[in-house]
Design a protein around this ligand. Structure first.
Ligand code: NAD
Ligand code: ZN
Ligand code: ZN
Length: 366
C-alpha cells in the first residue's frame, strides 16, 4: 500500500509503497477514506514538531474497519470510524479524572510515534517507520490502537468525519471544553486557519456576541466571516491589540484564542484580554521559544492563561456529538474543505497550506 513518508526535514514528502503488518491485540486495521492536512504535519516537515524520521504523516482521518485484532470487542469489520490522535487508555490517572486528552498512553505515543508497546506496524525495505500519533492517516490503510478508533453511525459521511479528528475537535473543543465560553461573550481568535475557523464557529455556537478574527491573510479573513466572525482584523495592516481594545470598550475581550503557535501572537492574545479574562493557547510553537509575562501586572490583571490540548477532548463522546451538530446544520464541515487532493498531491497540499490558500485541505482516497 502507499503512504506519504517524510524522510528528511524541509524536503518534499515521498508517496511510496510501504509494508503494513496485520493488527495485533487491541489494534484495528482501517482503510482510510480521507485525511485532513493539519499544520502540525507541516511542523514535522519543518522540524517544529519532533518525530524520528523516516515516518508517515497524518493524524486527521476517517475510514472503515477492515480487520480487528485479538481482544477487540467494541469494533467489527465494516464499522465507520474517525481516528483520535490522542489514544485514550481509559484507566490512567488522566482518563480516570475525565481528562482523556491528557492520557498517559496517548502522551507516550505522541512522543515516540509508535504503538503502545514501542513497535511499529509500518516498514519499508526492512526499515521501521515512525507513524504520526500511531495513526499515519496519509496512507491508504492504517493499523491503529483500537481505542483511537471512534465508532460513528453506519451512514456517517467519512470525508467530513475525518475533519473531526483534529481541526474541529481542537477548535470547537477549545471553546466548549477548555474555555467554556458563556453566551454574550466577546471573543478574539488569532489565526483563521483550519483550527482557528473551528474556534470561530464554536464561539458562534456558544452564543458569543462578538467574534473578532485576526489574521494576516485576507482570504482567511473572508473564510472567518462565513464561519461566524462578526469583525475582522488584518494584523499585517494594524496593531491587533489596539484594534481589539477598540472593539471591546477599551477593556479588552473576554476570551482570546491563539491558533497560530508564535511567541508574538501569544503575547498579543494575552494582551488583548480584559482583566479577569481568559487567553487560550492552541497553536504549537517551537520548543526553543518562550513567552514573557510582566510579573507586576500578572496578579493585578487576574487573567487566566490556559493551554488547550486536543480541545480537551473526550473523543468517544465528542466525535459523535460534533457529527450530530453537523447533521443538525449547526456545525459547518462542508465549507471547511476548500480543496481535495489525491495522496500523490500531498506536497501541493502542504505548499497550499504554507501559502494560506485553503480553509482545510483534504486528501481523499479512491
Ligand atoms: N493544541 C492542539 O491540540 C493543536 C491541535 C492541532 C493543531 N494545533 C496547532 O494549531 C496551529 C494552527 O493549525 P492550523 O492547522 O489551523 O494551521 P493553518 O496554517 O491552517 O492556520 C494558521 C493561520 O495563522 C495565520 N497567521 C500566521 N501568522 C500570523 C500572524 N502573525 N498574525 C495573525 N495570523 C497569522 C495564517 O495566515 C493562517 O491562517 C498550529 O500551530 C498547529 O500545530 C494545535
Ligand atoms: Zn492536527
Ligand atoms: Zn489514559
Amino acid at each position: 500500500m502507499k503512504a506519504a513518508v517524510c524522510y528528511e526535514k524541509n524536503q518534499p514528502v515521498r508517496v511510496e509503497a510501504v509494508t503494513l503488518d496485520a493488527p495485533r491485540r487491541n489494534e484495528v486495521l482501517v482503510r482510510l477514506a480521507a485525511s485532513g492536512v493539519c499544520h502540525t504535519d507541516l511542523s514535522v516537515i519543518t522540524g517544529v514538531m519532533p518525530m524520528k524520521l523516516p515516518g508517515v504523516l497524518g493524524h486527521e482521518g476517517a475510514g472503515i474497519v477492515e480487520e480487528v485484532g485479538e481482544g477487540v470487542a467494541q469494533l467489527a469489520p465494516g464499522d465507520r470510524v474517525a481516528l483520535a490522535w490522542v489514544t485514550p487508555c481509559g484507566c490512567c490517572f488522566y482518563c480516570r479524572i475525565g481528562k482523556a486528552n491528557l492520557c498517559e498512553l496517548g502522551e507516550k505515543i505522541n512522543i515516540h510515534h509508535r504503538m503502545p508497546d514501542g513497535s511499529t506496524r509500518l516498514h519499508q525495505d526492512g526499515v521501521d517507520l515512525s507513524v504520526f500519533s500511531a495513526l499515519g492517516t496519509m496512507a491508504e490503510m492504517a493499523v491503529v490502537p483500537a481505542s483511537a478508533a471512534v465508532k460513528l453511525p453506519e451512514d456517517a459521511p467519512l470525508d467530513k468525519a475525518a475533519l473531526l479528528g483534529c481541526a474541529v475537535m481542537t477548535g470547537v473543543g477549545a471553546v466548549f471544553n477548555t474555555a467554556q465560553v458563556v453566551p454574550g461573550s466577546r471573543v478574539a481568535v488569532f489565526g483563521a486557519g483550519g483550527v482557528g475557523l473551528n474556534v470561530i464557529q464554536g464561539a458562534a455556537i456558544a452564543g458569543a456576541e462578538r467574534i473578532i478574527a485576526v489574521d494576516v491573510n485576507a482570504r482567511k479573513l473572508d473564510f472567518a466571516r462565513s464561519f461566524g466572525a462578526t469583525h475582522r482584523i488584518d494584523a499585517s495592516r494594524e496593531d491587533p491589540v489596539q484594534a481589539l481594545k477598540e472593539l471591546s470598550d477599551g477593556r479588552g475581550v473576554d476570551y482570546a484564542f491563539e491558533a497560530i503557535g508564535r511567541k508574538e501572537t501569544i503575547e498579543q492574545a494575552y494582551a488583548s484580554v480584559r482583566r479577569g479574562g481568559t487567553c487560550v493557547v492552541i497553536g504549537i510553537g517551537s520548543y526553543r521559544e518562550t513567552v514573557s509575562l510582566n510579573v507586576f501586572s500578572l496578579p493585578i490583571q487576574e487573567k487566566r492563561l490556559l493551554g488547550s490540548w486536543y480541545g480537551g477532548a473526550n473523543v468517544h463522546h465528542d466525535f459523535p456529538r460534533l457529527l450530530a451538530l453537523y447533521r443538525a446544520g449547526k456545525l459547518k464541515l462542508d465549507e471547511l474543505v476548500t480543496r481535495t487532493y489525491a495522496l500523490e498531491e500531498v506536497n501541493q497540499a502542504f505548499a497550499d497550506m504554507t501559502e494560506g490558500v485553503n480553509a482545510r485541505g483534504l486528501i481523499l482516497f479512491p
